[in-house]
Write a protein that binds this ligand. Structure first.
Ligand SMILES: *Cc1c(COP(=O)(O)O)cnc(C)c1O
Length: 364
């Protein structure tokens, strides 16, 4: 099979909210790594028992590359878990709420609302609807943020000013590894892998050492962060193949120039699209400039009929999965790490072409 055939040789591009595309080079390398037994006598990553030295080497290498990408200090543990960010909406409070009686959550869109709904079943939650509202989070076990709201196309312009004693917990499923972060400002970061870190099945939890050991009784062992930290994420069988995919992607990110290069790329690509949207006379983005996500660009057309026509015409060009989140509607362009520049250029050309004959009559 021709490497890269799916991802770009035929111009078949996915802008899905998740799972996202993988870089063509990563796919080409994974073919043999996942599917065939190597001459060296290694098992494929699909068959690799997790008790082997080969798996431990793979996990150690993935962790070392991730630490290098993020500049992660030793007092942060990297846990390779399962469940998806959604399961951790419950497991985060189960692990951390024991630190104090309550937790503060910032509500910014669909995913933070889901995190709040889950956490309510576990702990006492106080909700702020804007960053300034977190000023009185004093005494909270933690403050939960969703820095990038994938479904709404919004991002937090900056981390809120908080009592330094309150650890920040962030669901970074859509934006981890798309830009450098000030790791030291976070107590815990979690992210499903299928957007920017590889493929579904792996959920990364990065947690500061002093926050461990407070889990509520009854926290399931595979999701007890202190236990998993002690057992090197091998309390039970880890998602071996998904870790293999992440390992390749981390190496690819380092070859691209790391997170600073990814941040420049996401800024350039999202700016092209937002400029096009604002000047088109037919597309409109409801998010105010400072809050616009550089990862998920969401916009509307003047009518549901035009949105359907847009999606249909895009699909015929090989520009796939542009429909907005079902709970939000409209159009969404997800610009994850694996989406090549050629895809974004093809999409921008298509959007300009689609707008041109329709802009006059459709603009307000
Ligand atoms: C996609 C997404 C989720 C859900 O991830 P699952 O792996 O489906 O649980 C949660 N939070 C954010 C910010 C997301 O983008």
């Amino acid at each position: 099979m021709e490497p890269g055939l799916y991802s770009d040789a035929r111009g078949l591009w996915s802008f899905a909210g998740g799972a996202g595309m993988l870089p063509a080079e990563v796919l080409a390398e994974l073919g043999p790594a996942l599917a065939s037994r190597r001459a060296k006598g290694r098992l494929s990553a699909l068959e690799l028992p997790f008790g082997t030295a080969a798996f431990r080497d793979l996990q150690d290498e993935a962790e070392a590359d991730l630490r290098a990408l993020l500049g992660l200090p030793p007092r942060y543990h990297v846990l390779f878990l399962q469940g998806g960010a959604t399961a951790h909406f419950w497991f985060v409070p189960m692990n951390l709420a024991g630190l104090s009686g309550h937790a503060a959550y910032l509500e910014t869109g669909l995913w933070s609302r889901r995190a709040i709904a889950a956490a309510r079943a576990v702990a006492e939650i106080r909700i702020a609807t804007e960053p300034a509202g977190l000023a009185d989070a004093r005494g909270a076990a933690y403050c939960h943020l969703t820095p990038n709201e994938t479904a709404d196309g919004a991002c937090l312009p900056a981390l809120p000013a908080l009592d330094p004693a309150v650890p920040i917990v962030a669901d970074m499923t859509a934006d981890l590894l798309t830009a450098p972060i000030e790791v030291e400002r976070f107590g815990l970061i979690y992210a499903s892998a299928q957007k920017n870190l590889g493929t579904a099945g792996l959920t990364l939890v990065i947690v500061r050492d002093d926050l461990l050991g407070q889990a509520l009784p009854g926290t399931p062992a595979p999701f007890n962060y202190a236990l998993q930290a002690r057992e090197h994420s091998r309390v039970n069988t880890p998602p071996v193949a998904a870790i293999r995919v992440a390992a390749s992607l981390f190496k690819w990110l380092r070859r691209q120039g790391g997170l600073a290069a990814m941040e420049r790329r996401r800024a350039r690509r999202s700016a092209t699209l937002y400029t096009l949207i604002d000047s088109s006379g037919i597309y409109s983005c409801p998010i105010k400039a400072a809050w616009r996500s550089p990862v998920n660009v969401c916009f509307r057309l003047p009518s549901p009929e035009l949105e359907a026509q847009f999606l249909d015409a895009a699909e015929r060009r090989g520009l796939l999965h542009l429909k907005g989140h079902p709970a939000v509607g409209g159009i969404r362009i997800s610009l994850y790490n694996g989406v090549p520049d050629a895809a974004v250029e093809a999409l921008a050309d298509f959007m300009a072409e689609f707008a041109r004959p329709r802009a006059g009559g459709a603009s307000p």
